[in-house]
Design a protein around this ligand. Structure first.
Ligand SMILES: Cc1cc2nc3c(=O)[nH]c(=O)nc-3n(C[C@H](O)[C@H](O)[C@H](O)COP(=O)(O)OP(=O)(O)OC[C@H]3O[C@@H](n4cnc5c(N)ncnc54)[C@H](O)[C@@H]3O)c2cc1C
Length: 227
């Protein structure tokens, strides 16, 4: 059965395929002197040593393939990570997915961190803005449908689609580079909407590489405390 995490209001991450586990890292590291696994304690210690000393190539022996459904603005941030292999839904080939993300709460602009956001708005204003936003998105999709009916090419009709619209992609990555992705996106400096995807990925890979993820979490916590 495919493991899945629901994310945001209509998104998900599905773990489609896995190659390797914690022991694949250990075996790859020990191949240099012709030895394999040596028992849980020693193997776990070796993983810690490799990770903390940035000996990253053994972690590249483990690979994951995901199916992701996320808003376009999240996908734009995601695909900046060049070490993933991607294949995305084509709005030239198929009609746009008509689902769009509706945030549960609008957050205020952070005045110190120009890229960030802070507190949520009052419940009343929040609901009013959500309603306005929904109307605006519905209008955009109405125009999209009209353009398609009028025979406009999908590659052009998509100009009117909001960036909150959901897209889907397949993404494949090795564990070494996935940990780099998580360090950046499972982090309070990243936009909350991509943080929740990073956390979903963590949940999905944890059962396959529990020792590595335990060490990752420990270092993540330490780096947050020293930040
Ligand atoms: C909080 C936050 C804010 C951001 N704000 C902006 C912004 O305002 N504007 C903007 O444009 N981007 C922004 N980014 C994106 C950021 O600049 C990176 O493009 C993104 O995080 C991918 O990081 P990366 O290059 O380390 O990842 P990857 O592309 O996955 O690469 C992983 C690692 O592989 C190596 N690598 C990969 N490709 C190459 C290469 N071609 N040459 C050399 N080494 C390579 C590097 O060591 C790299 O760290 C932001 C990212 C974050 C997390």
């Amino acid at each position: 059965m495919i493991a899945e995490q629901k994310v945001l209001d209509k998104g998900f991450v599905r773990l489609l395929e896995v190659m390797g586990d914690d022991l694949s890292i250990v075996q790859a590291a020990r191949v240099s002197y012709g030895q394999g696994a040596k028992g849980d304690d020693k193997d776990k210690k070796l993983i810690r040593y490799l990770y903390t000393h940035k000996h990253t190539s053994p972690f590249e022996m483990v690979e994951f393939k995901f199916h992701v459904r996320c808003p376009i603005f999240v996908a734009r941030q995601w695909i900046r990570h060049r070490t993933w292999n991607y294949n995305e839904y084509s709005m030239r080939y198929s009609d746009a997915i008509s689902d769009y993300y509706v945030p549960a709460t609008w957050r205020k602009q952070d005045v110190k961190n120009k890229q960030g956001s802070t507190d949520p708005l009052s419940a009343e204003v929040n609901e009013e803005l959500r309603e306005k936003y929904r109307r605006q998105c519905d209008e955009a999709f109405k125009l999209y449908d009209e353009l398609i009916r009028d025979g406009i090419a999908r590659e052009m009709a998509r100009f009117v689609v909001p960036v909150g619209t959901y897209t889907e992609f397949y993404g494949k990555i090795d564990l070494g580079n996935l940990l780099k992705f998580l360090m950046l996106r499972d982090d309070p400096h990243a936009q909350w909407e991509i943080q929740v995807y990073a956390r979903a990925i963590k949940e999905l890979v944890q059962p396959h590489v529990p020792w590595t993820m335990e060490i990752y979490d420990e270092l993540r916590q330490n780096s947050a405390q020293s930040a």
